[in-house]
Design a protein around this ligand. Structure first.
Ligand SMILES: *Cc1c(COP(=O)(O)O)cnc(C)c1O
Length: 353
């Protein structure tokens, strides 16, 4: 055993790291496996400031995002992606014998972040219709300090109703932070609960520039919550989380022009999404296409392995979720641009199950 292995913390020894699309699959020419935007936009960079440390929380960035999200500036904290926000919530609020609660099938990083911090994860699966199982959540609530709910949910694309979110906020009142992951909210803005942060002291809403804003490469996310939650997280976050280049690019993306461009690109993505959904519905070897409020589509086929491999042979990468709870035979396609959709659909139509 190496010295490193001997000395590694017990909870890290057995940890299987998150198999991100980029880490687990390489090659391919068409990437439809990480819910990224197909659009690569241009930005200006000012390098004259790079000898200086950046602001702890760049004021212009915070102001722009607060305005975009419709909250006050003291209700926002910026982090290295929403992934860092997940980790910060756990490290800020959970003691060693406490737990987070998640509702699978859902985003994998909640449980992995908890595990790296040696925090327990209580799993309360969604109902068959992908709504929350509120009774089971109430039964398991003891010791829970942060509840993660993803809506629209990755990887199913389903949405949790406002009524259910309210019920969870009430259920955990005075006990736990309810963290609503709105990574895909730009694709169905009517589902947002960001406007509730002044009203619910235990609500935190996570956002990112990685999806609709087409900036997965810069690593920039936000948490929206009442100022006391933001202040607590500010104690835990490292001193310079947002580099100058990130702040500069993010501010441009959040300008009026940037937001208009995001919205027009969102329109293109929705067009391709409708095409894909329609085509999948007509393919005989696909027996279910899940409705999606997001930029990806999940579907089920008995021939998932053969289809997945055929797509890889053609250089097209999608994501296999079939080993996860409630997701038998499920594959997920991230919606790309028109050319990528053409290529995808031509392979899928020619596929002989
Ligand atoms: C992509 C994704 C994130 C991570 O966002 P980053 O800002 O890139 O870290 C968080 N939550 C969900 C549900 C996601 O799909």
């Amino acid at each position: 055993m190496s010295l490193a292995e001997q000395l590694t913390r017990q909870n890290i020894k057995g940890l299987v790291p998150y198999a991100s699309a980029r880490r687990s699959m390489s090659g391919g020419r068409i990437w439809l496996n990480a819910n990224e935007s197909p659009f690569a936009n241009d930005y200006q960079l000012d390098s004259s400031v790079l000898n200086r440390y950046p602001d702890f929380q760049p004021p212009e960035l915070i102001k722009s995002y607060a305005q975009f999200a419709g909250v006050q500036t003291n209700q926002v904290i910026a982090s290295r992606g929403a992934d860092e926000a997940i980790e910060l919530l756990i490290r800020t609020f959970c003691e060693n014998d406490e737990s987070i609660m998640i509702c699978p099938p859902t985003y994998g990083m909640y449980a992995i972040s908890a595990e790296t911090s040696n925090i327990n994860t209580k799993k309360v699966p969604l109902n068959a219709d992908f709504s929350l199982n509120l009774d089971a959540m109430a039964q398991q609530k003891s010791g829970v300090k942060v509840v993660f709910i993803c809506t629209p949910n990755n990887p199913t694309g389903s949405v949790i109703s406002h009524e259910q979110i309210k019920a969870v906020l009430d259920m955990f009142e005075g006990q736990a932070i309810v963290a609503i992951d709105e990574a895909y909210i730009e694709f169905s803005p009517e589902n947002s609960v960001a406007s509730w942060v002044s009203q619910y002291p235990n609500l935190a809403v996570m956002r990112t520039l990685s999806k609709a804003f087409a900036l997965a490469g810069i690593r920039c996310g936000f948490t929206l919550a009442n100022q006391h939650i933001i202040e607590a997280m500010s104690k835990v976050i490292p001193p310079y989380p947002i580099s100058w280049p990130v702040a500069q690019i993010a501010c441009q993306a959040l300008s009026a022009d940037g937001i208009a461009r995001m919205q027009s690109q969102l329109g293109c993505i929705n067009e391709q999404k409708a095409r894909i959904a329609q085509a999948l519905t007509e393919l005989p070897y696909i027996y279910e296409v899940l409705p999606s409020a997001s930029n990806f589509i999940m579907f089920r086929t008995e021939h998932k392995k053969a289809l997945f491999d055929t797509l890889i042979e053609q250089g097209i990468l999608i994501r296999d979720y079939s080993s996860q709870v409630m997701l038998d035979n499920s594959l997920r396609i991230s919606v790309g641009n028109k050319e990528e959709t053409d290529a995808l659909l031509s392979v899928m139509k020619a596929f002989n199950a």
